[in-house]
Design a binder for this molecule. Structure first.
Ligand SMILES: [Zn+2]
Length: 308
């Protein structure tokens, strides 16, 4: 699958039944062919009575295609998971849990919220490569809102907090390639160096606005573009375009980000941004990651580890 996403009609034809979906996940989970966890045999048959279960042709061991993955223990049909992944990946801005609930006809908001939270986990490909070549870096603040605050802050504007975010943007021949966004604790050297270590290849050339927090990078070549009083968006055009898009998106789709889940939202933004020219790849990536990422507990989803 590449280029434009499947049309909804094509999608529904291709993933019409639980069997179609299970077969697709089977291929995504075992790209080099099935290997029985008990005896190593390479052949298995779909179990007649149990959903998504494959039975080893040699020893009879039963293995579920979703066991231990993001979809572990889900009561939702695979067709519904697939449709959710399709909608989330092919929508240019993404969907809120409320929109997903109504699109899928789900009975509860909580189910839609958890489904979306699990799909967001699948938006970060395990072992993804570091940004390389020429990489712009910068930091910004973004407003967040509390549980019952209106999106624009209303009377409580002064109570709104700020979340600190760092961005790295890989560029090539005057074009923006891939980005990474992380919530950071502060704009100090330790936080910014830590962010660069996690996201940028040691061989890259890092361009910053000359802020002292970027000084003396251990590995990367550092190009501090301090040009008098020139505004940062001229020195670092790409990273500033990302920040501007991020802020518009956060307000438009989610009516302001909530502090607790900021990293998950940033991961979603990065996922969509990096596949802006190939949204069909997004759908395949989501499902491939969904069967390769270990299961998350309910608490991991609702109370994520603070990152900043
Ligand atoms: Zn076996």
């Amino acid at each position: 699958m590449s280029g434009a996403p499947l049309s909804l009609i094509e999608f529904q034809k291709r993933f019409a039944s639980e069997q179609h979906c299970a077969a697709y996940l089977f291929a995504a989970r075992w790209p080099d062919g099935f290997a029985c966890p008990a005896c190593g045999h390479g052949k298995a048959w779909p179990h007649r009575g149990k959903r998504f279960v494959f039975q080893c042709a040699q020893c009879g061991r039963q293995t579920s295609v979703t066991a231990g993955t993001v979809m572990h223990g889900s009561k939702l049909p695979l067709t519904l998971w697939f449709l959710a992944a399709y909608l989330v990946a092919s929508h240019s801005n993404g969907l809120s849990a409320l929109q997903l609930q109504s699109q899928l006809g789900l009975g509860s908001y909580k189910t839609a919220w958890l489904l979306l939270a699990k799909l967001r986990r699948a938006m970060v490909t395990p072992g993804r490569s570091l940004l390389d070549g020429v990489v712009e870096v910068d930091e910004t603040t973004i407003a967040f809102r509390g549980k019952d605050e209106p999106p624009d802050g209303g009377q409580g504007r002064s109570h709104r907090g700020k979340i600190l975010i760092a961005c790295a943007a890989q560029t090539k021949e005057r074009a923006l390639c891939r980005i990474r966004l992380h919530r950071i604790a502060d704009f100090g050297k330790a936080s910014l160096h830590g962010f660069i270590e996690k996201t940028v290849s040691p061989a890259a050339r890092v361009i910053s606005d000359g802020w002292s927090g970027y000084g003396n990078l251990k590995a990367q070549t550092h190009d501090a573009k301090v040009i008098g009083s020139m505004p940062a968006h001229i020195v670092l055009p790409w990273v500033h375009r990302v920040f501007s898009n991020l802020k518009t998106w956060a307000l438009g789709v989610y009516h302001g980000l909530r502090k607790k889940h900021v990293q998950a939202y940033l991961d979603e933004f990065v996922f969509r941004f990096n596949r802006r020219k190939n949204r069909a790849a997004g759908f395949a990536t989501l499902l491939k990651n969904a069967v390769r990422i270990p299961a998350s507990t309910y608490n991991m989803l609702i109370e994520p580890e603070p990152t900043g």
